[in-house]
Design a protein around this ligand. Structure first.
Ligand SMILES: C[S@@+](CC[C@H](N)C(=O)[O-])C[C@H]1O[C@@H](n2cnc3c(N)ncnc32)[C@H](O)[C@@H]1O
Length: 324
């Protein structure tokens, strides 16, 4: 709780931007961010002992590789991801973790009256903006390796279902110039799709479709990517996969990309997100076998699991031919 709070305070004060290339005194930083020197020093010390920023022998504060990630303009920035993980909307969920553990039910709807994505988009668009940018930043860390790992031989159209603002699809299209793309996500999310996909250099190779994948996936593609989406309740996951099968041609491939509990190089992160998924929407992280079961319940034929060169794995399946 304290670690998350000090990170968010630093971001909201603009501290990562205020610290330049050279270490600065607390006085200079307090001037820049508009804070009391004494209290800012206490925050800086709390950050420094947690590995964020360094303190020089003469008492100035400078960047290290962790604090740089909090700058919004850093190419590997996690500034919005941190703000989402510690968003005020999510704080009231954690004190009720025991309740979710006992019942297996989400806490979010009992506090806010709605499923998490509905609430965010209908009632708190500012939180939606933080979530969207946070997901894009997270995706930025893996999209290059994932795009390289995909076998798109014979694929003409690749769809990203629940593809967010299109970071992965953009990278896939950049790596595979002959491929066309479809970005599918909730309407308010695709309205904020990456500018390169909407109006930029890739726009003539992309179709952007807004909708609810639990109701319908009106997209025909050769390969359907489903990354970090099937981590809500199983019924929603199975409905999404069945909707892909209903629209797809036999032989189309479905590639589910997410961290797997049995291929888990970052258990601290994965188990924390697993519990947040439970609190938010009765969701969870899966093992390979659990993803396979979801794919088969959705009407797909399981093919296998492949590494992506990141902490995420890709679980592949094929739309069967009903005439065979
Ligand atoms: C954890 S994010 C993953 C985004 C993206 N695939 C990525 O890996 O960065 C889950 C995505 O599912 C989308 N989503 C949630 N409910 C949805 C629904 N009912 N229909 C379509 N997309 C949905 C969210 O808007 C969000 O973009």
């Amino acid at each position: 709780m304290v670690s998350t709070s000090v990170l968010i305070a630093a971001i909201r004060l603009g501290l990562p931007e205020a610290v330049g290339d050279e270490p600065a005194t607390a006085e200079a930083l307090a001037n820049k961010v508009g804070a009391e020197v004494d209290t800012l020093t206490r925050l800086l010390d709390a950050l420094e002992c947690r590995g964020v920023f360094v303190r020089t022998s003469d008492g100035r504060y400078g960047h290290n590789e962790v604090s740089r990630l909090l700058r919004e303009d850093d190419p590997n920035s996690v500034s919005y991801l941190v703000q989402w993980i510690g968003h005020p909307l999510l704080w009231p969920l954690w004190p009720r973790l025991d309740e979710s553990i006992r019942t297996g039910e989400a806490v979010f709807p009992s506090i806010y009256g709605k499923y998490v994505f509905d609430y965010i988009h209908e009632d708190d668009p500012a939180a939606g903006m933080v979530l969207g940018r946070g997901m894009t930043q997270a995706s930025n860390h893996t999209s290059d390796a994932i795009a390289r790992s995909l076998d798109l031989t014979d694929a003409t159209v690749v769809a990203d279902i629940g593809g967010g603002q299109g970071q992965l699809l953009k990278t896939v299209l950049e790596h595979h110039p002959a491929v066309r793309g479809v970005l599918f996500d909730l309407p308010p999310v695709v309205a904020r799709a990456h500018a390169d996909l909407r109006t930029g250099p890739l726009a003539d190779r992309v179709e952007i479709v807004g909708g609810d994948c639990r109701a319908e996936v009106p997209v025909v593609a050769d390969v359907y990517l489903v990354k970090n989406v099937l981590e809500w309740d199983d019924e929603s996951s199975v409905a999404t996969l069945a909707n892909v099968v209903a629209s797809a041609r036999p032989g189309a491939r479905v590639v589910v990309i997410q961290s797997l509990t049995d291929h888990n190089p970052e258990p601290e992160v994965t188990t924390a997100l697993d519990l947040l998924l439970l609190l938010n929407g009765a969701g969870h992280k899966h093992s390979t076998g659990q993803v396979r079961a979801l794919l088969e319940r959705g009407g797909l034929r399981y093919v296998g699991v492949r590494p992506t060169g990141t902490f995420l794995s890709s679980v592949e399946a094929v739309v069967p031919d009903p005439s065979r």
